[in-house]
Design a protein around this ligand. Structure first.
Ligand code: ATP
Length: 588
């Protein structure tokens, strides 16, 4: 196809702000396309050469493009820069230079869509030494044969300044119109798009396979599925209403959502935004090879950093460090991840998305072998509000975000936010502004990397002056340096005792009990209710700290009876709670 067809279409698109007109302009271009070039048009329309999930970006900076313009049109860089200042757009600069050159050289090779696309694709995928110069040469090659209007758009593409305002939905409607006669087949095309997240591929498949073929598109291993999304609610009653009185409630882990594809030993890991993150999760990839049974499978889960010592989850900020701060290897060692799998969409040639949740869940429970990293998301079946409420509270107490309720009968609805999934999160409460001074009553031996220190976390308590006891409120595993961990073990071993101290009230066990003697200062995000801790026990639950971390080493200036008291803890809980109280939750 002559590239002029494309650039004239771009110009018409640029001039309209009417969506219907846009669709008809695009549709006429698609009608002229073939199965071998339709994907090229679709990508170029969006200023790309491949689907976003591939990570293939043209990415030429302004300086490189200026250099190419200068070479293609035989003017010096200063002149290009002067024109850029004057016109404010390198696309217009190239257009102007192309038209003056035009008058001089009357005969040039007509530029085809295929040639433009191929060169841009090579530019996007070239790497290594000398790549920069080759990229400029490839760009010059297409620019020098451009008509003025071609040059305008060719220059805007690598700079990400095409801005035609053509969204996915518009492309799908125009494809429906061009290939199947009217716009009403958009949903069918969209369904295919939800499975393969690649508009260019959908366009090509639609042309090759026709309407019936496109209806049968199924997920493809190695290409991400657009994720199902959850509605939100503030009411547990609504969850039951929307799911027909019975649902599954799953723990909502606050980590990275990972969509994992496996084909033999090949693993792909995609983020919620469908970026390929395989390189960032070598530990998850090897766990998948070890623990996931089917030869070919696509499933989803949430990866979250986990403290092996205390059994608690780290806040999202820690999990995300893998992305921002640390080298991947170091992060994997320091903050091992758990992967809680929650759905399976494809297995050994079968598209599972149309099966009801219940069936997918039972398949999910069979695709894995027990191991260190991967396990199914914890879940219950609930028919009443109390069951949901209890499960929600037990999740929050363990440092999770809340629950996700799932309709037992619903298929996996790729790419859409439907009531098939409903999230119910803990209300965002103001963070605790104050620290607490807590008494160490026992410790956990280190596991994993912390084994070398012999101490991985401590159990801490508040003081209850009413009966002169220490009531537990948290396990603390973070906030200590490596030296402090070894030092703490040495100090605590001196006061270790074979049983729980009689003045300590605890519902949980530790590896080593100690005399309640030392106080440390702890900061937490929030105080929550918990069936595991005895502080402020009301017969069913006590109070616990969410995301506690030590902010001091042993306080020389405080004895155990100087620690924060139960009453002070209750007061802090109420203060934090006064802002937003979930009805009926506050019995104190
Ligand atoms: P959304 O993904 O709905 O646009 P968001 O990115 O802000 O919103 P949340 O509001 O936290 O995410 O809720 C949905 C997310 O919860 C999912 O995308 C997934 O990452 C996460 N999640 C955690 N546990 C589960 C689970 N058991 N089932 C499904 N999703 C879960």
């Amino acid at each position: 196809m002559d590239f002029r067809e494309v650039s004239h279409t771009f110009q018409r698109l640029e001039r309209t702000s009417e969506r219907l007109e846009m669709i008809s302009i695009l549709s006429s271009l698609f009608r002229k396309a073939t199965k071998d070039n339709i994907h090229m048009i679709v990508y170029l329309l969006q200023g790309r050469v491949a689907a976003p999930y591939t990570g293939i970006e043209i990415g030429m900076g302004e300086k490189m493009v200026e250099e190419a313009i200068s070479r293609a049109f035989g003017v010096n860089r200063d002149e290009v820069e002067r024109l850029y200042k004057e016109l404010g757009d390198l696309g217009l600069v190239a257009e102007q230079l192309a038209s003056s050159k035009k008058q001089m050289t009357l005969f040039s090779e007509p530029l085809t869509l295929e040639r433009v696309y191929t060169n841009l694709y090579r530019i996007a995928t070239l790497g290594g030494e000398g790549a920069q110069d080759t990229k400029i040469r490839l760009f010059v090659d297409i620019l020098k044969d451009s008509e003025p209007l071609d040059a305008r758009y060719i220059v805007r593409i690598p700079l990400g300044r095409l801005r035609l305002g053509v969204g996915d939905a518009t492309v799908l409607e125009a494809l429906s119109d061009a290939l199947f006669g009217d716009r009403s087949y958009r949903e069918i095309l969209e369904q295919a798009y939800n499975y393969v997240s690649d508009l260019g591929r959908v366009a090509k498949m639609a042309m090759e396979k026709g309407l019936e073929g496109i209806k049968n598109v199924s997920p493809i291993v190695g290409i991400p599925i657009r994720p199902a999304l959850a509605q939100r609610t503030e009411s547990l009653e609504e969850i039951l209403e929307k799911t027909g009185g019975e649902c599954s409630a799953e723990a909502k882990y606050d980590g990275f959502r990972l969509q994992i594809h496996k084909k033999g030993d090949d693993i792909w890991i995609f983020s919620r935004r469908l970026e390929n993150m395989t390189g960032m999760f070598p530990d998850i990839a090897s766990a998948v090879r070890e623990q996931i049974i089917p030869e070919e499978v696509i499933f989803e889960g949430e990866a979250i950093a986990y403290n092996e010592n205390t059994g608690e989850f780290y806040p999202f900020q820690i999990t995300i460090q893998r992305k921002r701060k640390y080298g991947v290897e170091k992060a994997a060692e320091e903050y091992p991840l758990k992967l809680f799998i929650f759905d399976v969409m494809y297995m050994d040639g079968k598209n599972l998305t149309s099966l009801p949740y219940q069936e997918r869940r039972s398949i999910l429970e069979k695709i894995y072998k027990k191991g260190d990293t991967i396990e199914p998301a914890e879940r219950i079946i609930a028919k009443d509000v109390k069951t949901l409420q209890d499960f929600f509270e037990s999740c929050v107490e363990r440092g999770l975000e809340g629950i996700i309720a799932k309709d037992l009968k619903s298929p996996y609805i790729a790419g859409a936010r439907k009531w098939a999934w409903i999230k119910y999160k803990r209300v965002m409460r103001s963070k605790l502004s104050d620290t607490l001074d807590l008494v160490i009553v026992g410790y956990y031996k280190g596991r994993g990397k912390r084994a070398q220190f012999g101490l991985g976390g401590i159990l801490v308590a508040v003081y209850d002056p009413k009966d002169d006891t220490f009531k537990t409120v948290a396990k603390v595993g973070s906030g200590f340096t490596e030296e402090q961990l070894s030092e703490l073990k040495r100090i605590l071993d001196e006061i270790s005792i074979p049983h729980k101290h009689p003045r300590v009230s605890s519902r949980i066990d530790v590896d080593v009990w100690v005399e309640p003697k030392y106080v440390i200062t702890v900061l937490a995000d929030e105080i929550t209710r918990s069936p595991n801790h005895t502080a402020a026990w009301d017969g069913e639950r006590g109070l616990a700290l969410r995301f506690p971390r030590a902010v001091s080493f042993i306080r020389e200036d405080k004895g155990p009876e100087d620690a924060t008291t139960v009453d002070e803890l209750i007061e802090m809980y109420k203060r934090q709670h006064r802002e937003k109280v979930t009805e009926g939750e506050d019995n104190y």
